[in-house]
Design a protein around this ligand. Sequence first.
Ligand code: FAD
Length: 338
Amino acid sequence: MNKNEYRDIYVFIEYHEHTIHDASLELLGEAVRLTENRKNLGYSVIAVILGEPSEETLHELGYRGADRIINLSHASLHTYSTEVYTTLLNELIRTDKPDIFLVPATVLGRDLAPRLAARCDTGLTADATRLEFDPEDESSALLYVTRPAFGGNLFGTIINETKRPQMTTIRPGVMDALPRDTSRPFTIDKREVHPEGIQDSVRILDVLHKDHMAMDIAKADIIISGGRGVGNNFHVLRECADMIGAEVAGSRAAVDEGRIDKEFQVGQTGKTVKPKVYIACGISGAVQHMAGMEKSDFIIAINKDPDAPIFSASNIGLVGDALEILPLLTQEIRSYRE
Ligand code: FAD
């Protein structure tokens, strides 16, 4: 393998119907930032999308940072299949030789990326939170990929010196998408593919959608989050949340105790959130929790223990019983509104 033949940053695009997954838009933004920081490489940002997306979807990728959009087109690719996607992307990697291949660490991305990395015999750094080019050498395209390790207590930086592409999955909500710019130039490279011949041991009979799509806490402006300290009293948080249009979330301890669903878990193994206001009730502030909420604009913590670590990340800290303080807040807001 000749590393010099590999170039550009490819971003795998996940989408549903006409909506591009935010995590893919974030990766496009990050890829643009990387190429701009190392212009001397002359790298382009290339979005890779499978199936038959609408023209609007393809254009949107250009407005959000892609210089070129490769569409592997076939109607059957509408539904994700690990084997089919892996085979087609492996072929694309063999012909196009991307230097860097970024995949969002969504449920789909976490399924696809390891299989694809193994198929093209390269390494994968999973669940990264930071990317930068080799800081020591201005001419280098070696990617330094940072990710939490040992339960979030350490951050490790991983490089892939020998194999290509440099492949990584990146946590949703960590990178910033670019604002939409309809004046950006881009090209669309549509390629008809033929997945019919690919042996797939899985046959998808039907795709069932959830009746009720819960609000994605990663997009919420205000979050009231509960930990073990609020016990089975999440209704107290919900009452306050309803008053102020907030979403309710929880720590892993609260999820493990069955107080709230896993999709509302904030933290390293949950979601990364960046609301305008994050109210943490009865949450101690373990590093794994803080990794998911410390980028919130304004953090209010309520905890009985004055030494709780959550206070170190808070703009306002209230030492006291959340089950006494929150109802007072709800009552105050209600009376203010009436
Ligand atoms: P506790 O640590 O038990 O804290 C409860 C807090 O409530 C205490 O500070 C206490 O003083 C306070 N309190 C008690 N009663 C009241 C009251 N009435 N009013 C006010 N305060 C009160 N955790 C996450 O949250 N998200 C993750 O994604 C995550 N991922 C993890 C991944 C790994 C690999 C590992 C090892 C751990 C992970 N954890 C995660 C777990 C994490 O380490 C902590 O165990 C967890 O965050 C603790 O949750 P907690 O703060 O709700 O509970």
